[in-house]
Unconditional design. Structure first.
Length: 315
């Protein structure tokens, strides 16, 4: 789970040139045999990151720290930057599981991990967390709008590696790695969940259910984690209207006819003369019948009843 480098935590370091306590010295951590920074933590659960580098106290002592399992590069300098030692491939010593020493172990599944999301029906900030509000995080020199601090580095890496630029864009463009962009003081945007409701991917490890096949896609796609789909309001199209009738108003009307010749009738003791009425042409007749229309196309609300709060993301 986590360990440390033997003989360093809480030890007193001395300047190799002067022999004096290495007060204000800098202890930096990198991935083994590289110059890629790697964080040290204040707790065995690796949830509370130290600044990188660590600063030795006034007596030259190294603060207690914990590291992920494996190998690591450790570099120590004095306050002026003079290198005291630089070990490229040290083994991190500590239990990966079970109990360590006389104390109980910490179940990694029982604590929040970097990048975890928590929804709470509250607003405002939360210590150790940032908000998925579309603002940015970055280094202390980055000018990030949600949080600019060294403790953002692990989450910065998590976002960089797990979300495409369409969901978590890097301001100024993505470089070759998260470490390079962090070192360049670039900001990365948090996912933007403002006004959104959480939903399930259309496949979620299974075959696609096609329940979101006709859903409008705003960012990403129905199989992409962090994507934004759907809409809050919608104007019906003609095809979406159900079968219905329109009211008809008829104030009374007539059809014009035309006469065609005279007729002479004969009968027993009586004669008559009449006019034969022909068929009238009604192609251009005015009937004054109107078909009443209704509706104005105003988009209607399709948001379900929803409790509002804040999506927090673990640093």
């Amino acid at each position: 789970m986590a360990g440390t480098v033997p003989n360093l935590p809480l030890s007193m370091q001395f300047d190799k040139d002067t022999g004096k306590p290495l007060r204000g010295g800098k202890l930096s951590f990198y991935q083994a045999n590289t110059t890629t920074p790697q964080l040290a933590y204040k707790d065995t659960g690796l949830t509370l990151p130290h600044p990188n580098p660590l600063t030795l106290d006034g007596a030259g002592r190294v603060p207690s720290f914990y590291l992920a399992d494996g190998f690591i590069r450790v570099r120590l300098t004095n306050a002026r930057g003079s290198v005291q030692f630089d070990e490229a491939n040290l083994l991190v010593i500590g239990p990966s599981s079970g109990d360590g020493g006389g104390g109980g172990s910490v179940d990694a599944n029982a604590v929040f991990q970097i990048g975890d999301v928590l929804w709470l029906d509250k607003s405002g900030v939360r210590a150790g967390w940032v908000r998925d509000n579309g603002r940015t995080i970055g280094s202390a020199s980055s000018g990030a709008t949600e949080r600019a601090n060294a403790d953002c580095q692990s989450l910065y890496t998590f976002l960089w590696e797990n979300f495409a630029d369409g969901i978590c864009p890097v301001l100024g463009g993505r470089g070759g790695s998260a470490a390079a962009d962090w070192a360049a003081d670039k900001q990365i945007a948090l996912p933007d969940k403002r006004g959104c409701v959480a939903g399930g991917l259309d496949d979620m490890g299974n075959s696609a259910a096609n329940r979101l096949a006709s859903t409008p896609v705003v960012v990403g796609g129905v199989l992409v984690a962090g994507a934004v789909v759907g809409e809050n309001t919608h104007a019906l199209t003609s095809a979406e209207n159900g079968p219905h009738t329109h009211g008809i108003t008829d104030p009374g009307h007539h059809h014009g006819g035309s006469a065609s010749g005279n007729t002479q009738g004969t009968g027993a003791g009586a004669a008559y003369q009449g006019r034969e009425i022909g068929t009238g042409d009604t192609a251009n007749a005015t009937t004054r019948i109107t078909i009443n229309s209704s509706g104005n196309g105003t988009p209607h609300n399709v948001v379900q009843r929803t409790i509002l709060g804040t999506f927090y993301r673990k640093l």
